[in-house]
Design a protein around this ligand. Structure first.
Ligand SMILES: Cc1ncc(COP(=O)(O)O)c(C=O)c1O
Length: 340
């Protein structure tokens, strides 16, 4: 247990590169991999090395609430791009990038979750993946691809990452073992175009301490060395898919008209758009009186939009999820009318 190499232990970097080659169709090598202490730390490191004070950072809205918090911890300017059932709205993105560039305020990067998004559960469509990569190249816009939920795929495998699709585009992909193995291990990794990975690897944090998570990284390398990890993933997917199906079926049975969601093909979440005029702030106390709760939509938006809620199905069993949906339906029906 000496200091580790700054980019992480060689055996874990090899295992990760092998998995990428097998699953994502890109012949990655260990040189493409920098071991991180999970995606939160990977994002922090990328922001430290790739942004400066006053830089404009684009995000999807809604987006992962705690990434928003990490961005707001820094002297950055955050601007939001809307998304729909096919992921980020690439036309709006292009319009914003061009307008900002014309005003001499070129955005530095886009933080995006293109696969099994948190909180919406949707994935960026293949056409939009092509458009966004081309746009990133044309405008030298760095894409920070948060890929935390890649392994949590249900009926079909996850689409190839933006990074593996075009390793010459300015993409930094953040991978994590938090959702597939255990968040307490604090192990993830970064893949990026060679110059970007070089830049991130030069962080003083890595030079001083070596790998940020040396001990746990060696544990994960061992866990990945036999067939056990794939068997574990298989069991996880089956179990989460069954929970997802139980919750979506019960929501369809119990929710009043006007409540909408897209069935997620992976990840942990359902993004429920509430009936017209209902906000999550008004619904929450009523829902809690009925013994059910959720994450309020406004936490994930940059402008406080509160017309949706995030439901998580990963933790609870099928019966409990179905009962939760029933109670949520009752709460929506029992909402007091808004004061005029
Ligand atoms: C989109 C997204 N990114 C990052 C994280 C945090 O990941 P890690 O545990 O690897 O830091 C989460 C956890 O919920 C997440 O949903």
């Amino acid at each position: 247990l000496g200091y580790g190499p700054p980019r992480g232990p060689a055996d874990l970097r090899e295992r990760i590169a092998e998995r990428i080659a097998r699953q994502e169709g890109y012949a990655a090598s260990p040189d493409d991999v920098l071991v991180s202490g999970g995606n939160s730390q990977g994002l922090d490191l990328a922001l430290t090395m790739l942004t400066g004070p006053g830089d404009i950072v684009l995000v999807e809205s809604p987006t992962y609430a705690l990434a928003l918090q990490m961005l707001r911890d820094r002297p950055l300017e955050v601007a939001a791009v809307p998304m729909d059932a096919n992921g980020i709205d690439v036309e709006r993105l292009e319009g914003m990038v061009e307008a900002l560039a014309a005003a001499g305020r070129k955005p530095r990067l886009l933080y995006t979750i293109p696969t099994f998004h948190n909180p919406t559960g949707v994935s960026l469509s293949p056409e939009r993946r092509r458009v966004i990569l081309e746009l990133a190249r044309r405008h030298a816009l760095i894409l920070i691809e948060d890929d935390a939920y890649r392994e949590i795929a249900y009926e079909a495998a996850a689409p190839a990452s933006l990074w593996a699709t075009d390793p010459e585009a300015p993409v930094v992909r953040l991978g994590s073992f938090s959702k597939s193995l255990a968040p307490g291990l604090r192990v993830g990794w970064i893949n990026a175009r060679a110059d970007l990975l070089e830049r991130i690897s030069a962080a003083g944090l890595l030079e001083s301490g070596g790998c940020v998570t040396q001990f746990a990284a060696s544990v994960v390398a061992r866990a990945l060395s036999g067939p056990g990890y794939d068997d574990h993933l298989h069991a996880l997917r089956r179990s989460y898919a069954s929970r997802r199906t139980a919750l979506t079926a019960a929501l369809r049975a119990h929710l009043p008209a006007g409540a909408r969601f897209v069935e997620p093909a992976g990840g942990f979440f359902i993004w429920l758009t509430l009936p017209e005029g209902v906000t999550s702030a008004r619904l929450l106390p009523v829902a809690e009186e009925h013994g059910v709760s959720f994450a309020s939509g406004s936490r994930f938006s940059t402008d406080g939009d509160d017309g949706s809620v995030r439901l998580a199905f990963a933790l609870l069993d099928e019966q409990t999820l179905a009962e939760g949906a029933r109670r949520l339906g009752l709460a929506l029906r029992n909402m007091p009318s808004p004061a005029h």
